[in-house]
Design a protein around this ligand. Structure first.
Ligand SMILES: CC(C)(COP(=O)(O)OP(=O)(O)OC[C@H]1O[C@@H](n2cnc3c(N)ncnc32)[C@H](O)[C@@H]1OP(=O)(O)O)[C@@H](O)C(=O)NCCC(=O)NCCS
Length: 159
């Protein structure tokens, strides 16, 4: 495959995601979290609910029609929650996660949200660096087991 820079990748709001885009996101989750129960199962109830229920937004990093990464924000409350984030291995460290989170942060500000918060596993140093060092999130609350392991909550409060 020829080299593509992150500039060739569009980061967009999927409104709503196409079936093929969902298939690619599900495939990513299957590879990233083997053995885990799929969050967005093919049976579709949660997928469909999340997609069409008011207050959630999917964003994707698209190279042509190929999903290189995605983020899912929950905008239902006064606080926006970053529910899910992933970037394909071959596309990592090109700034896509930063763009996928930043687009949601900008939308959260436009919607008048107070803050964006997220959770990461403390074993996931890449995620910590992304949120804290790169995007300026700060830790809050205690480290708690969220079912997958010890997780830290982080937030970015808007001025
Ligand atoms: C974590 C993840 C989303 C990062 O995606 P990414 O597109 O590679 O991240 P970016 O290129 O936007 O990285 C931005 C910054 O975050 C930090 N960072 C990201 N991944 C890192 C890693 N593996 N190690 C160290 N720092 C990392 C760096 O500071 C990086 O900036 P730099 O490349 O200029 O040093 C990706 O590795 C992934 O999908 N992992 C599996 C799923 C997952 O862990 N999701 C997050 C759940 S909270």
């Amino acid at each position: 495959m020829s080299y593509c820079s992150s500039q060739d990748v569009r980061v967009v709001h999927l409104d709503p995601p196409l079936p093929d885009e969902f298939r690619q996101i599900q495939d990513f989750e299957r590879r990233t979290y083997p053995g885990e129960q799929l969050k967005f199962s093919n049976k579709g109830s949660r997928t469909v609910a999340l997609t069409f229920r008011k207050g959630f937004r999917w964003y994707a990093a698209l190279l042509g029609k190929t999903v290189q990464g995605y983020s899912l924000f929950d905008f239902r409350d006064d606080d926006a929650y970053l529910d899910d984030l992933g970037v394909e291995e071959g596309a990592r460290r090109t700034g896509l996660a930063e763009r996928l989170v930043s687009i949601g942060i900008e939308d959260a500000k436009k919607m008048g949200k107070r803050r964006v918060w997220a959770k990461y596993l403390v074993s996931n140093e890449g995620a910590r660096r992304l949120y804290v060092d790169k995007l300026g999130f700060t830790a809050f609350g205690d480290v708690e087991d969220d079912g997958l392991g010890a997780a830290q909550k982080v937030e970015k409060v808007f001025p």
